[in-house]
Design a protein around this ligand. Sequence first.
Ligand code: NAD
Length: 327
Amino acid sequence: MRAVKHVAVLGAGGLGRNMARLLDFKKSLKLVAICDTEGYAFDTDGIESAVFENLPPGHTVGDLHSGNRAADPIAEVLARHSEIDGIFLALPNLPNEFIPETIDKIIASGYKGVVVDALKRTSAMDMVFERREVLAKAGITYVTGCGATPGLLTAAAALAAQSFVEVEDVTIWFGVGIPNWDAYRATIREDIAHLAGFDVNKVSAMSDQEIEQELEKRNGLLELVNMEHADDIMLEQAGILERARVKVGGLVDTRNPKKPVSTNVKITGTTFEGKKATHQFILGDETSMAANVNGPALGYMNAGFWLNSQGIAGLFTSADLMPRWPQ
Ligand code: NAD
């Protein structure tokens, strides 16, 4: 593997473009490829985030200096897989099998590096788990659920659980504030799919105007309860507690960058002395969704490089590993 790792980001929306900004700060990693639905950019000398500032809204990264328009941009990036060490999937998971099927394409391409995702739904992660053996056979080190929730908060729960001999429940309550839904279309669509009367298929078929009308009805605020979030199977698979004891919900304001509530996770358990207690981990309100998703995703990619360099391939979740700080 290369000393400065080559990173490809599939998806150039809210998270994808912000990942480029985060990578500007890292010396051990550089962005070499990024794509959206209409094109891709590829430059092994590195792509700095400033280039996106000159890209008018609605224009594809295929129009960048190092870009090309393409009918299947993901395939074009994967065709150059030998020039990539790590892939971050910043794609919408709509329909629910989109990211699992993208994994099949990565495997079929012959790629042998690290892949991380920020997948949210339990049913989608179940489909990723089905690919465990084939990922190991392909020589891919894959870490799933590496965003904020699942991700940072799930990993914090797995760490906090160590104080106890029995963990009774894990409760995640998150707050997200964004100035407009346009900046994170997939995230907001996928959140609406959790509301009563909606599901992934219904939301996938809705027009942007229908999404806007739905947000208008709720003054831009989405209250999400009992979400189908993969934090549950990740913690169950780690042997910490049954999935039914993991609860995830939150409040998303699509009209104000200020978080409506502080994002936190509470872990309640009993110690070996028989004392019941609750640990709580609260994120700073000033940290954005992009900071809390992309930071952990990059840290887990770096943990993946560490494992991969030792010949360890296969599937892990963010609750199995500690992220490793990328310089
Ligand atoms: P977005 O809608 O802003 O951007 C998605 C990007 O993917 C766009 O550039 C789009 O052009 C591109 N894309 C879509 N289909 C494509 C295709 N077939 N080929 C190539 N490119 C394609 O999305 P976002 O709001 O940045 O969210 C990205 C993902 O991150 C979503 O799946 C979301 O659920 C997930 N997410 C996870 C967490 C977490 O904490 N785990 C938090 C927020 C978002």
